[in-house]
Design a binder for this molecule. Structure first.
Ligand code: 5RP
Length: 294
């Protein structure tokens, strides 16, 4: 173990020097094999380099949450605007058409529920064979750095990455923030870098101050989680700031499915992610779209 005394806080992020992408549009993936690159290209648009993911995996620990009661009704409304569906195998197999034409981020860990105090202990619930059968474009693993379940979650992550490398299925490390932890840039720098160094191919985390430094120090693409429901204009500002500061996409759930107008909200987010719209332009687009609907 390295001597931890006198470790300096990193500060030289070279924000003015772009990451060396090599010959591939997904950060840190230029040296991967064809199958990995094919799936990463299913996730990240080769033109914009970005992705709009729709997260509806909340049921895996929250049960039926407001807005997700009827996936069979909701999901078809969003298909024009999202690139990737992030869900559990139960939700996907029962409620999403296999011919939906979307990439799949398959939630593969579980084991916690809202009824527990400690949500940080999970298991690998979906094995690699089922991820192959589902034709998953990536496997999503929850990580709990700094929490009780850190070791087991990094064990889950590492096992998934090992299997993913065997079958060329990327792994998405999802950064959870434990109850005792704060959403500081210091925490997110630590957590994203640990997860990338363990071999995750993409990372889902939260937006925070100095986000461009987190992006600079993380050698794989970051997608930003939406978090709790915000007013639409604020959620679009969060989306805009994330992309402006270097995120390669959004993986939003509640800010889409708990909006009064989920399809219009997803379309507005798409404008930011793929068409370089500002938050102001995207909000105007959203308002126009809901007026056109009414
Ligand atoms: C749980 C997840 C969820 O997918 C995530 O919370 C995304 O949804 P939201 O935008 O509602 O936060 O990864 O850890």
């Amino acid at each position: 173990m390295a001597d931890l005394d006198n470790f300096k806080i990193a500060k030289n992020y070279h924000l003015d020097v772009p990451f060396e992408m090599g010959n591939f549009h997904v950060k840190g993936s230029a040296h991967l094999d064809w199958g990995m690159k094919k799936r990463l290209s299913n996730l990240f648009d080769p033109k914009s380099g970005n992705t709009v993911m729709f997260a509806f995996d909340h049921g895996y620990f929250m049960g039926s949450v407001s807005g997700l009661e009827r996936l069979d009704i909701l999901i078809p409304q969003l298909l024009d605007s999202v690139d990737v569906l992030m869900g559990t195998r139960g939700a996907l197999r029962t409620s999403v058409a296999p011919a939906c034409g979307k990439s799949i981020a398959l939630r593969t860990t579980s084991g916690s529920s809202m009824l527990n105090d400690d949500l940080s202990h999970e298991i690998i619930a979906v094995d690699i064979q089922d991820a192959v059968r589902m034709n998953a474009d990536c496997m999503a693993v929850q990580t709990f750095i700094g929490a009780d379940g850190q070791l087991s979650s990094l064990d889950n992550l590492s096992r998934t990455i090992n299997e993913g490398l065997r079958y060329s299925i990327p792994t998405m490390g999802v950064i959870a923030v434990g109850k005792q932890l704060e959403r500081t840039d210091r925490f997110f720098k630590l957590a994203t870098r640990i997860v990338a160094e363990l071999g995750a191919n993409l990372i889902k985390t939260y937006y925070c101050d100095n986000f461009e430094e987190i992006v600079a120090a993380c050698p794989v693409p970051i997608v930003v989680a939406g978090g709790k429901k915000l007013p639409e204009q604020e959620a679009l500002t969060l989306a805009y700031q994330s992309i402006r500061d270097g995120a390669h996409g959004l993986d939003m759930g509640r800010n889409i499915f708990q909006s009064q107008y989920p399809a219009q909200m997803a379309a507005a987010i798409r404008k930011i992610v793929h068409e370089k719209a500002t938050d102001k332009e995207a909000y105007e687009f959203y308002l126009d779209a809901i007026h056109a609907k009414e």
